[in-house]
Ligand binder design. Structure first.
Ligand SMILES: Cc1ncc(COP(=O)(O)O)c(C=O)c1O
Length: 452
């Protein structure tokens, strides 16, 4: 019966399976309907269900394959299903996923030691996310700013102000939104933490005019991520370091997106001659499991006592075991070298594309953290790329952002460049930055040179 009826079909009709594979979720999927109905609408999600990944590729529920140049927004540094990570997760999940911070576990100490070796700092606190690390660091800065003999607990400390940078992004908790410049993230929740002032990006004169004895910390993303991939300049960093030391304030480096190898160094600040007092990490640390950390000095640690700060989940044995494995893989597979080599290949290919597509205004970034600023809206390019099986992201309306995994190969860079060229050619060009009355470049950043 079946055979006969299929024989009667007109020949031109495509086979069912092929249609399903090429058209993402053409009829409503109950899982998408559930998501729409029951989730808080905090994201503008693509109507696609991603199901699994392998190396630098991700697959959706229809079987469509994507080259992953977003990497879970800088989280999946080892790509997907790295065999060593899978092995550790299997092993430790069968031993202890969680043990209270009232006890030591086997991995926190060794992981903390390794992170101090990578960062040049002395002490570590484990949190669950980037934003929680930011809030913890802000608490430490306030603690250090207080003079316990003169300013009893409860009384506002004289040294309480925070400086942050224009165009910054530090997360979504109250402390973090208070130091995040983008108004749409901050203003709906006012009043936020008081005493925050924003400094023009890379503007040393503005920094000097706003620094003073009442500042307890300055927060700097060593390379701004959400803001559109803007590296902080050496002159600005050096001045911030000197002013923080002079005024007894903490220099806090937010390396949540740019740290742990992303720029081709363990920490992005390692291109500068000096260290921060506090460095914050998260995203790739536990290869996709939630884990963040505050790294700091003995001076800061000396002011901390039990009970002042804590968290239930931070530093659990499973996440820490995976993080230790992540750091070992970066070292043993010489991924910093791979990041630098692949970065140079990507930059070369992108520069060639920029010479042919005049709406590419600038290529910025370091290592495998690259932004391409367009003179036209970026969102349609992201949609076209997805159609072609390439995952990228647009930040600040006009900047396309690439955060591929550290393990990408030369062949995958070539595959990306080929796909991206088609994306650039095919995408309908929409409103330009000038038409929309927006400047994509933050004030003070215009002089930032593109770097390799
Ligand atoms: C530089 C930077 N800081 C902080 C955060 C917040 O991290 P999380 O989303 O883990 O809270 C992010 C997240 O994108 C980030 O890029």
């Amino acid at each position: 019966m079946m055979r006969n009826s299929s024989k009667k079909r007109p020949k031109a009709q495509p086979p069912r399976k092929a249609k399903k594979l090429s058209a993402p979720l053409s009829k409503p999927d109950v899982r998408l309907l559930d998501a729409e109905k029951f989730l808080l609408p905090t994201y503008k999600r693509q109507p696609v269900i991603m199901s699994h990944g392998r190396g630098a590729y991700v697959f959706d529920s229809t079987g469509k394959k994507y080259l992953d140049f977003l990497g879970g927004i800088a989280v999946n540094a080892l790509g997907h299903a790295h065999p060593r990570i899978v092995k550790v997760i299997r092993r430790e999940a069968a031993r202890a996923i969680h043990l209270s911070n009232f006890y030591h576990n086997e991995f926190q100490g060794p992981l903390a030691r390794k992170l101090t070796e990578w960062s040049g700092l002395d002490r570590v606190f484990f949190a669950n996310s980037g934003t929680e690390a930011i809030d913890g660091a802000m608490k430490l800065a306030r603690l250090l700013g207080r003079k316990p003999e003169e300013e009893p607990a409860g009384a506002p400390a004289k040294k309480h102000r925070f400086l942050a940078l224009e165009n910054s992004f530090h997360g979504r908790t109250f402390g973090a939104i208070s130091v995040t410049a983008t108004e749409k993230y901050r203003l709906p929740f006012a009043p936020v933490v008081p005493g925050v002032e924003f400094v023009r990006f890379n503007d040393v004169a503005d920094l000097e005019s706003k620094f003073g004895d009442t500042v307890c910390a300055i927060l700097i993303e060593t390379v701004q991520g959400e803001g559109g991939i803007y590296p902080v300049s050496e002159a600005f960093w050096n001045r911030a370091r000197a002013l923080a030391t002079q005024h007894g304030a903490q220099l806090i480096a937010d390396e949540i997106q740019c740290g742990l190898g992303r720029t081709g160094r363990y920490f992005a600040y390692q291109k500068f001659p000096s260290k921060p007092d506090i460095a914050l990490i998260a995203k790739p640390l536990a290869a996709g499991l939630p884990l963040g950390a505050i790294l700091t000095t003995e001076t800061v640690a000396a002011r901390v006592s039990p009970g002042m700060h804590g968290t239930t989940f931070g530093g659990g044995p499973l996440a820490c075991a995976v993080a230790l494995e992540f750091l070992s893989i970066v070292e043993e597979e010489q991924l910093l070298e791979n990041i630098r080599t692949r970065s140079a290949e990507l930059r070369e290919g992108l520069a060639e594309l920029a010479s042919r597509f005049d709406f590419i205004r600038e290529i910025r970034g370091e290592g495998l953290m690259i932004g391409i600023e367009l003179s036209v809206e970026g969102a349609p390019f992201v949609a076209e790329a997805m159609e072609l099986g390439l995952l990228i992201n647009c930040t600040h309306d006009f900047t396309l952002r690439f955060l591929p995994p550290f393990i990408i190969t030369r062949a995958q860079v070539r595959e990306f460049l080929k796909l991206f060229e088609i994306v650039l050619a095919k995408t309908p060009k929409q409103a330009s930055a000038l038409d929309a009355g927006k400047s994509a470049i933050p004030q003070g950043a215009a002089h930032v040179a593109a770097r390799g």
